[in-house]
Structures are given as C-alpha cells and as structure tokens.
Write a protein that binds this ligand. Structure first.
Ligand code: ZN
Length: 110
C-alpha cells in the first residue's frame, strides 16, 4: 500500500539534511536561514524538529513540494484513526484504506 504522504516525508528529509549541511558550514541557523531567504528559527525547526512549513514561498525555497495539507486539510479516519489528506469542500470520513471503493459519494471525488 503506497503512503500518499511518503514523497512529502522524503522531500522533507532531503531539505532537513541540506539545512544541517549548511549549518555545519555556517555554524549559525541565522545565516543558514538568511542564505535561503527564510528565518533562522524556521531553518532550525525544519532541520531539527521535523517542522513542516505551511507557507508555500518557504516550501519553495526549501525545495519542498507544495504541501497537500495546505491545498486540503488533514483528516483522521473515522474507522482506523489514521491521518490522511482530504480536500477542501470534500470532507471524507475514511482514509484510502478503509474507504469503500464503489461508494457513490466517492465516485465524483477524483
Ligand atoms: Zn482508515
């Protein structure tokens, strides 16, 4: 089963690795942030705390894909409790795994 969030996590790890590399060279989160056009605090949080920036401009500077969580909204599955990405105006109750395949409500979704 493919995790739809996997590419985001991979991109985030690459961005965090890059920030930590810059920090080894610059020895300052402020300078790391400045070199990328973001704040030092943001650089620190993304690199060390797994923070996902919401701002699409910041995401672009970090080489992150535009977050689906920005385009849609994080929802927790009513059945298994797993978090997944829903879409604006389309409040799904179930994650892709628990979602009934041939439900008419879902048919017009994709
Ligand atoms: Zn589920």
């Amino acid at each position: 089963m493919e995790d739809p969030q996997e590419p985001i996590l991979t991109a985030h790890k690459a961005a965090a690795d890059r920030l930590r590399e810059l920090h080894e060279q610059l020895h300052s989160w402020e300078l790391v942030g400045r070199s990328l056009g973001i704040s030092g605090g943001m650089a620190y949080r993304v690199a060390l705390q797994g923070y996902e920036p919401k701002d699409s401009g910041i995401r672009h500077r970090l080489g992150l894909p535009v977050n689906p969580l920005v385009m849609g909204t994080a929802v927790f599955c009513a059945k298994c409790g797993r978090a997944f990405v829903g879409k604006w105006g389309n409040r799904r109750k179930f994650c892709p795994i628990c979602r009934p395949v041939n439900q008419s409500e879902e048919a017009r979704d994709e």
